[in-house]
Design a binder for this molecule. Structure first.
Ligand code: ZN
Length: 206
């Protein structure tokens, strides 16, 4: 329960200019796509987390992109590993030692600028399913995985849309969250978030 996950490995970036109020095109690419139910839960949860910011997401799949749409900004999300909730959950002792951190997602950074390219490590995110009760059914597992993916995605979108590598002490912009929190039906630790202009996120991390 004390395991921490690191949400924001910084790799590189350059920001697109443009309004950050609406119409952000988020293009997804999956190595192993999640169930439709997980994907819908993920979209709904991200939309919910970003709602206070006024940002609206237009969800798209990279493979369905025909280049004939325009967006205020464009973000690319690559989901690595398996995003499926089926199959054996990793054993509890796979969480590492106390205080060990696992990167769940990363956003590219180049010359100090955040690029609109993020990756989500689904094999790591799926470990959060071990926190479900033993009687959790397929539907519950799919929903939980969708919530976990959403919270990782929202965190990376925060870096991109706020154009910052900084983290805050609280909320979605916090650098670490517990795996258990990732799947919680209600997660105030994320919901307080998305204040993109909050002074806490103005100081670049070192
Ligand atoms: Zn981060």
């Amino acid at each position: 329960m004390n395991d921490l996950v690191r949400l924001g490995t910084i790799l590189l970036l350059p920001l697109l200019t443009g309004a950050q109020t609406a119409g952000v095109g988020v293009f997804m690419q999956f190595e192993s796509a999640p169930a439709a139910a997980s994907l819908e839960v993920m979209k709904t949860e991200v939309d919910h987390l970003l709602k206070a910011s006024g940002i609206e997401i237009d969800w798209r799949l990279v493979k369905e992109n025909h280049g004939d749409e325009s967006f205020s900004r464009v973000v690319f999300l690559k989901f690595k590993g398996s995003c499926k909730s089926e199959g054996a959950a990793p054993p509890p002792n796979d969480f590492g030692t106390l205080g060990e951190t696992h990167a769940l997602g990363s956003t590219q950074v180049q010359n100090g600028r955040v690029l609109p390219y993020s990756e989500v490590e689904c094999d790591q995110v799926r470990k959060a399913l071990s926190y479900l009760g033993p009687g959790a059914g397929r539907k519950e597992r799919q929903s939980a995985l969708g919530r976990a993916m959403a919270r990782v995605v929202a965190h990376e979108l925060y870096h991109i849309l706020a154009r910052t590598t900084a983290h805050a002490a609280v909320g979605l912009a916090r650098a670490t969250h517990s795996l258990e929190e990732l799947i919680a039906p209600e997660a105030p630790g994320f919901a307080s978030a998305i204040e993109f202009n909050h002074p806490d996120v103005k100081t670049p991390e070192q």
